[in-house]
Ligand binder design. Structure first.
Ligand code: 0O2
Length: 231
């Protein structure tokens, strides 16, 4: 069980010197608790979709789900980077990615399928979509990003919370994780030959994703044909 002092220590680095107070720490802890709850809501929605689709198709469209609430220090750094003052009010006003859910799918078409199913749920509002699969970033990064709003019910209120969702295949996740790790190695920063090699790896991975999906479709068609011939 976290004490007030533990919470103050956890969040102290968030506050500019002037703003720190136990009231502000309480406000920030409550906001973080709300983001955590929003993550749980969104995770459950994907778990339910995966359970249902697994039954229908005899395979798991979702391989894994990861989630995180952004650390207090990273939140403060991002607000400063945006030129905003580091206040509790500005967190929900200025940032979309405090709560993040990453959904790793088996195949590219699974991404669009589960994203569409989530978007159609009547308590979900899609605020923004960035399709870095159809339009990859210059460095080769591929993923499907959504910012959604989801209602969360607390003891005395309903809060609409924003969650950033990243959907990608296992292969895209492999590339993004390694590229993210290597970004922080000073030796590789600004070396065009390394950037070109990473981009080339992303293209090989994308081509493999497309081939794997084509193989799966061929197997499904063969199964259907065998089924037809039996009847
Ligand atoms: P972290 O540590 O993962 O949280 P915005 O959120 O809209 O203000 P941006 O950059 O326009 O900022 O959003 P975008 O393009 O949707 O990207 C947000 C997140 O996608 C990043 O979060 C990364 O997780 C991931 N991402 C985007 N581009 C890349 C990339 O080139 N390589 C890798 N590995 N990941 C990427 P953060 O906050 O940067 O980091």
């Amino acid at each position: 069980m976290e004490t007030k002092e533990d919470q103050a220590d956890l969040f102290r680095e968030f506050f500019d010197d002037g703003e720190f107070s136990m009231d502000k720490v309480r406000e920030l802890s409550e906001l973080m608790m709300r983001y955590n709850s929003a993550i749980r809501e969104v995770r459950t929605k994907f778990e339910v979709l995966n359970d249902e689709l697994s039954l229908k198709t005899s395979r798991n469209p979702i391989e894994s789900i990861q989630s995180r609430v952004k650390k207090a220090l990273s939140i403060a750094q991002k607000l400063r980077r945006l030129g905003k003052s580091v206040t509790v009010e500005n967190i929900s006003k200025e940032l979309n990615d405090v709560a993040g859910v990453r959904v790793v799918c088996s195949f590219i078409d699974d991404i669009y399928r589960v994203a569409d199913m989530l978007a159609k749920q009547d308590d979900i509002t899609v605020v923004a979509v960035k399709d870095y699969i159809r339009k990859p970033k210059l460095n080769g990064y591929r993923s499907y990003h959504m910012i959604v709003e989801v209602p969360v019910f607390f003891s005395e209120s309903k809060q609409i919370m924003r969650v950033e969702i990243q959907l990608r295949t296992v292969a895209m996740d492999f590339w993004a994780s390694l590229e993210h790790q290597m970004k922080y190695k000073k030796e590789s920063a600004d070396r065009p030959e390394i950037a070109a090699e990473l981009k080339s790896c992303a293209e090989v991975i994308a081509a493999t994703d497309a081939r794997m999906m084509a193989v799966r479709k061929r197997i499904e068609n063969l199964e259907k044909q065998t089924e037809k011939e039996k009847n």
